[in-house]
Write a protein that binds this ligand. Sequence first.
Ligand SMILES: Nc1ncnc2c1ncn2[C@@H]1O[C@H](COP(=O)(O)OP(=O)(O)OP(=O)(O)O)[C@@H](O)[C@H]1O
Ligand SMILES: [Mg+2]
Length: 324
Amino acid sequence: MDTIIEVEGLKKSYKKRRSKEFVHAVDDVSFTVNRGEILGLLGPNGAGKTTTIKMICGLLIPDSGSIVINGINSRRKRLDALRHISAVLEGNRNLYWRLTVKENLDYFAGNRGLSRKEVRVQIEDLLKKFSLKEKQHELVNRLSRGMQQKLAIAVAMLADSEVILLDEPTLGLDVETGYEVRDLLRSIVKDDNRTIIISSHDMDVVQDLCNRTVIIDKGKIVTNDKVENLLRLFQVRAYTITLGGLLSDQQHQCLLQKFPQLEYTTDTIQSTLEIDLVKSEEIYDLFDVLKMENTFIESIDRSTINFEQIFMKIVKEGAEGCTG
Ligand SMILES: Nc1ncnc2c1ncn2[C@@H]1O[C@H](COP(=O)(O)OP(=O)(O)OP(=O)(O)O)[C@@H](O)[C@H]1O
Ligand SMILES: [Mg+2]
């Protein structure tokens, strides 16, 4: 696979206010991004996502570590490396608020040295693609948040860089605009051959859009895996088992010892076990306990688990046993 970004041993600390202590915001982070993928950078508040994104797009200088963009080391050849990257940060700071939609697009296109005709065609296309044509003469500070977000992404597209970094691209958008932005991002990758790194707290967006996720917590990577692998891995381990009778006290105690997280519910003729295995082979231990008294199994179902639940588990459990 063709690597477009390589981050190696990245570190950044901030000095705490009125203290001699430091916050290790990003603490030895390494990962790669493949050309043409949408990588999700996830983690709880304060995990170090924005700090990582700002270092990759050159807004912050790392304390140590290296960032190689399209084969170019960003410390040695900063401008050359940064040419391949555009970023849309929180708060849409890449827009001029007192200019109109079209003036913003004209301005940023002007930076690229294209002919007037080429610029006109590209801007028309973007206005259409991002459904901003009707608002082209509106000042940015009079646009809704969703429209500003779309314009910010359109401006990032104009730079024609292969990689686009987006910090929380769907934050505060209504459901419809959120879906529109998702479709736009998908088409940017598919039709325009771009690579996207997004940070997001919206796990539905991540499950829907990202090929792979890097999850960080307290400045360190806890998982780096494909979304489908994580879904499969966690799906395999969560079961709901319906029994055609009740467990004896001895069986119940035995199971609780092995699986402290076990949930056991009963009615008069049936009982249900909900279990979340650490390893899929553990299901045989459970069968052994049921076999002790020939307890009849009526059904075994895999519980459905969404990416949000997986994210919570990974962050809670830490790295152990989570990466595939
Ligand atoms: N300019 C700064 N000065 C001091 N500390 C900072 C600064 N910026 C970030 N931090 C600290 O660094 C850590 C990582 O912050 P960062 O903004 O990268 O997290 P994040 O993952 O983007 O969080 P969120 O999900 O809330 O956006 C936090 O503990 C934060 O308080
Ligand atoms: Mg952030």
